[in-house]
Design a protein around this ligand. Structure first.
Ligand SMILES: [Zn+2]
Length: 378
């Protein structure tokens, strides 16, 4: 479950709101109430935050549309209380592309600031910047956008500034090491945010500190993993010894298979050998508790696994499994099934490669041409 609500689509990209966003609104309303503000002031406060998050959506859209220029799709944009996240299908390994995608978000804020500034100066009869300090709605939005753009440029990977730093480092150094360095700088910034948040009593800075800390470590690990998978194909990590079930088998038979082996999800195979569905462990357990062991698998299976070519890069298989949240894929070679693959296989495959790689450097690296060891790398 993703704990997010779909608000709609912009430029074809789903915009979602995480449930914790409601906590922010409730927190705001309580804050205003505690301070004895009337309804109008409270609504204005909430309206300001909503307008600000409208700007956050535009910021993320800036990233997404820049990414689209390089053929990178954006799965969705999620609004969190600490800001927005544009989930890109992949991160381009060409540093210049990442640089432009990272800068596109803050650039949107700069455009908003410039637009409001020019509009504000016009409205006040030209050349009078005093409209800024009147505390009105649009000036506050302008200042907040300036803050948003600049804040995001702090080199706290994986915030925009951190991505800029990684891209700049990757222009000169090996990609994995550039990421490791950017992640280290990011985690140091996270400590800074955390200390600042504690000393001024700002919970949002603490949230951001935790987010940056976790996300920086996760992305560094992911890049490391990608290096370990470099050159690997779907067939290298596929499972060839697996069990399938039939649509008219009973859930009891599926339960036996679940207990007897280590497999969690079972492809459901028709008489002609084609996959027609997938029985996940959750569906099986749910079906057993609702309908008992005599129920048919066909009533509880989900959609059939998507197919992937055996020679497709393993990274593509992972992208589908992880980002599109597919449970398992059917690996086919010349129209014939040769195996299945799920994240558990991939994890084992990466573990084995990591174990092999600790003894010696992998011969291949994503960018070996101009790679130099990086002195700062952790
Ligand atoms: Zn951004």
């Amino acid at each position: 479950m993703s704990w997010s609500w779909r608000l709609g689509r912009l430029a074809g990209i789903p915009i979602e709101m995480h449930w914790t966003f409601l906590v922010l609104i409730v927190w705001l309303v309580i804050g205003h109430t505690v301070e004895g503000h009337d309804v109008a002031t409270t609504l204005a406060g909430v309206g300001f935050v909503m307008a600000l998050f409208g700007c956050v959506v535009l910021h993320e859209l800036g990233h997404a549309l820049a990414a689209r220029r390089y053929g990178v799709t954006t799965t969705k944009i999620t609004l969190l209380p600490i800001g927005g996240v544009a989930q890109l299908g992949r991160i381009p390994e060409k540093p210049v592309q990442e640089l432009i995608i990272a800068l596109a978000g803050p650039a949107v804020n700069a455009v908003i600031v410039a637009g409001l500034w020019i509009g504000g100066v016009r409205l006040t009869g030209g050349g009078d910047p005093r409209f800024l300090i009147q505390g009105a709605f649009l000036p506050r939005i302008m200042v907040a956008n300036a803050f948003l753009g600049l804040f995001n440029l702090i080199p706290a990977f994986p915030m925009d500034g951190g991505r800029v730093l990684r891209a700049l480092l990757a222009l000169r150094y090996d990609y994995v090491q550039a990421t490791a360095t950017a992640a280290t700088v990011g985690q140091m910034s996270a400590i800074g945010f955390g200390l600042l948040g504690l000393s001024v009593g700002n919970p949002f800075l603490l949230f951001i500190a935790i987010f940056v800390w976790i996300a920086a470590g996760a992305e560094a690990a992911q890049v490391q993993e990608r290096r370990l998978m470099h050159g690997a194909r779907a067939r290298d990590a596929m499972l060839t010894d697996y069990q399938t079930l039939r649509p008219f088998d009973t859930l009891e038979r599926a339960a036996d298979a679940l207990v007897a082996g280590t497999q969690h999800d079972f492809p459901v195979e028709a008489d002609d050998g084609r996959f027609v569905g997938l029985l996940t462990r959750e569906a099986l357990v749910g079906g057993l508790s609702r309908s008992g062991g005599d129920a048919r698998i066909a009533d509880f299976m989900t959609e059939k696994p998507l197919a992937i070519a055996a020679d497709a890069p393993l990274a593509t298989a992972i992208e589908r499994l992880r980002d599109r949240q597919e449970r398992c894929l059917e690996v086919v070679d010349q129209g014939k099934r040769v195996g299945i693959i799920d994240l558990e296989n991939v994890g084992e495959f990466v573990m084995i490669r990591a174990a092999l790689a600790t003894g010696f450097e992998p011969r291949t690296s994503p960018r070996p041409d101009n790679a130099k060891p990086l002195p700062l790398a952790s």
